[in-house]
Design a protein around this ligand. Structure first.
Ligand code: URA
Length: 234
């Protein structure tokens, strides 16, 4: 069972408060009857909900956590290379899943596959500062002054200055880096800007969601209700 206002906001472009306005204005019918209370609980799988006479379909959102191996591209289709969707059974193809944010072909770790476009857009938007953490190894020892430069925000070759980030070193050659944005090849380019080189990169968390250490490379599981909240809390 689901609240009517949540059903509408999750399955249309209306926000929860816009949905409530529409409900109060008697523009919403459930199973042919006008309902004016957004709190009304409906059976989301069977109820026929109409807004201004137009039926709203129930989009069942799916969320999968994948432990991406190396050598797989974060795309939905590719004519030559294996994609993250090739690691998911065919029965889920009908849900039009896509990866929420991209990892490079040689980067490992946490990828979330979903069909919730709005939710994914929201968590990826730089405005929302959802933090991502990566375990890294670099080819040269990371000097303190270079670590500081990267943490403060560094000028990349294309003229972009990265946002401040945090690095916790575990040894001069490896550590954890936490970013609030995700530009193309960002971490590799940050290390390149201090004449170093990333030789291993693994995403270990995305917002509140941590890579499940029970998943082997290439394995997946569904997100838990608690994890889904990152995408569905409005
Ligand atoms: N930064 C990179 O350089 N590569 C990734 O895959 C993710 C972040």
């Amino acid at each position: 069972m689901m609240r009517l206002d949540k059903f509408i906001s999750s399955n249309t472009s209306l926000s929860r408060s816009q949905a409530n306005k529409e409900i109060k204005a008697a523009n919403v019918k459930v199973n042919g009857i006008v309902v004016t209370d957004g709190d009304c609980k409906i059976d989301e799988n069977n109820a026929k909900v109409e807004h201004n006479g137009k039926q709203i379909n129930y989009n069942q959102f799916i969320y999968i956590m994948l432990n991406k191996p190396q050598g797989v591209v974060s795309a939905t289709t590719d004519t030559k290379q294996k994609t993250v969707l090739d690691l998911i059974p065919n029965e889920y193809k009908k849900y039009n899943l896509f990866p929420c944010g991209r990892l490079d072909k040689d980067t490992l770790g946490l990828v979330i596959l979903t069909n919730n476009g709005q939710g994914a857009h929201r968590v990826l938007s730089p405005k929302n500062h959802v933090q991502k953490t990566y375990a890294f190894k670099c080819a040269e020892p990371l000097l303190n002054e270079d670590k500081q430069k990267i943490e403060d925000g560094i000028l990349l070759k294309d003229g972009y200055v990265t946002k401040p980030c945090k690095i916790q070193l575990q040894s001069p050659f490896c550590g954890i880096i936490t970013l609030h944005e995700g530009k193309y090849h960002e971490i590799k380019r940050m290390f390149g800007a201090v004449s170093n080189k990333i030789v291993y990169l693994e995403r270990i968390s995305f917002g509140t969601i941590k890579l499940d250490t029970n998943l082997k490379r290439g394995e997946y599981r569904f997100l838990t209700e608690k994890e889904i909240a990152l995408f569905e809390n409005k």
